[in-house]
Design a protein around this ligand. Structure first.
Ligand SMILES: [Cu+2]
Length: 68
């Protein structure tokens, strides 16, 4: 499935690159894209392998807040 996650705390392309790298290391994440202007991550993942809670936790572990 694909979901949009609103993130707080990203302020440059370095943040985007770091977070994308982190998301892409997760088993089950098939694709990830982040739009810095809107602070939205679009994540495509396999629900059999990973869930939204794990994805959001990975974002928090990287130092950003998850708004939704
Ligand atoms: Cu940054």
């Amino acid at each position: 499935m694909q979901t949009d996650i609103r993130i707080d705390g990203m302020n440059c392309m370095g943040c985007v690159a770091a977070l994308l790298a982190k998301l892409r290391t997760l088993d089950g994440v098939e694709d990830a894209d982040i739009d810095l202007a809107s602070s939205v991550a679009k994540v495509t993942f396999n629900e059999q392998l990973v869930n939204l809670t794990t994805i959001k936790q990975a974002i928090r572990d990287s130092g950003y807040n998850v708004l939704s």
